[in-house]
Each structure stands twice: as C-alpha cells, then as structure tokens.
Write a protein that binds this ligand. Structure first.
Ligand code: 6GU
Length: 229
C-alpha cells in the first residue's frame, strides 16, 4: 500500500512512524509512506500556505493552490488515487469497519487541515472521503491521520504476527475484549481466574466470550444489537 500524506507539519510524523508497527510494515516492504510538505508547493517566495477568509472572520484558511499542486505531483507516473481522505471533525466517524475497508486499498492520500480548515473548493474537487476520529476538536488533522493509518496498517496481512492476531481485537467482532492475565498467578493478593489453568480450551473460549459480552453490555451497550449475542 502506498500512503501519501499532505501536511504543513511533516516533522510531526517522525516519531510515530519511525518505530513500532508502522516502521515494521515499512521495513517489510508492505507499505510505503511519503510525507509531502504543502509549503513546498506554495506559489510565492514567502511560501505562503494560508490566508484570511473571504467575508471576514477569525482564523486562517489553507489556500487551495498549494494543495492542488501537491495532489497533482502525486499522480505523475501513477494511477489516480482512488481515495483522497480529508481529516476533519466534520467527517464520517472513523470505525473499525472503515479501517477494514481502507486496509484493502492500494493507495491512500491523506490531507491534514489546520486553522479553520482548507478552501472548500479542494473538498469539492479532490476529496473523496472525509473522516473524523471523534467528537472533539484537535488543532490539526495530523494526529487524526496517524490514528487512522495505525488502525489501517495493523490490519494488513503480514503486519502482525499470529500471536498478535487482529481478529481478537475489541470491535473486530463487535465486542470489547475480554480480560487478560499473565504471570504471576497471584499479584497483590489477587488471583487469576481458575478456569484459565484448566487446559480446557473450549471452556476457556466460552469464558472469554462471556466476559467480552458482559463487559460490552456494561460499558458499551450501544455496540450490542443482534439477538445472537
Ligand atoms: Cl480528523 N481533525 C481535527 N482537526 N479535529 C478532529 C478530528 C480531525 N477528528 C476529531 N477531531
């Protein structure tokens, strides 16, 4: 998968993408991430990327030309990207099923906005998807892009080991995860549930599913809809 990111803060991506899961996926050749500084595509000598909103009002708006030029530069020698994703609190709420869908794509482009946002005409002409990561306001789209990319990349075949199987995750089957324990068997007076030492794998699976259901009912009843649960 090729991931292009358009941003005015390229350095923000160094630490999150320089280690951990995303780094591993890059090292294995499963993904290529290219970070593009929108400022490099500015038209004037001062490399201006934002301007005052027409009609007045507080804050600045990202100018359309540098973003359009950056997008056009991506296409050279490649097919048109099918998805150009703009990160905005006005977008569709990001979910695990969106992550699953995006993980099947060959090429994703992310545009990170700032200030009041980007000129509306970029959204009209170039953006195919708008994503929000939650009902709160971040200072920019970069952190949201990192969240989306992490969730998507870890679903790609070959990124996680079997022992980290993404299929067991909270939300992957519509339920929150069950409790997990490791050594020591007794910690500060608290014992690990007996069933986990029974060696009966069917019983252990049943216990885990029951715990998942119980936790989901208590914490996120909104996730439970089907009668089969
Ligand atoms: Cl995608 N961007 C910004 N700036 N704030 C957000 C968001 C995105 N999602 C939730 N809050």
């Amino acid at each position: 998968m090729l991931i292009d990111i358009l941003t005015i803060f390229p350095e923000m991506f160094c630490a999150p993408f320089g280690g951990g899961l995303v780094r591993r996926a890059r090292d294995k050749g499963l993904i290529t991430i290219e970070i593009h500084n929108i400022r490099d595509f500015a038209l004037d000598a001062h490399r201006k990327v934002d301007d005052y909103p027409f009609g007045g009002g507080p804050g600045m708006v990202l100018k359309p030309e540098p973003i359009a030029r950056a997008l056009r530069s991506l296409k050279r020698g490649r097919e048109e990207p099918k998805r150009v994703i703009f990160l905005t609190p006005q977008g569709e709420l990001f979910t695990q099923s969106m992550a699953n869908r995006l993980s099947l794509e060959k090429h994703l482009v992310f545009i990170c906005g700032h200030y009041k946002g980007i000129d509306e005409r970029i959204r009209e002409k170039y953006v195919t998807d708008e994503i929000s990561i939650g009902d709160y306001v971040l200072s920019g789209g970069e952190l949201a892009a990192m969240v989306v990319i992490d969730a998507v990349v870890r679903l790609m075949p070959g990124v996680l080991n079997d022992s980290q199987s993404a299929l067991d995750d909270s939300f992957q089957d519509g339920l929150l995860d069950c409790p997990w324990y490791t050594r020591p068997r007794v910690f500060e007076g608290m014992e690990v549930p007996e069933i986990l030492f029974s060696g009966d794998h069917r019983k252990i699976e049943e216990w885990r599913r029951a715990k998942s259901l119980e936790r989901t009912r208590r914490r996120r009843p909104d996730l439970i809809s089907g009668d089969d649960l």
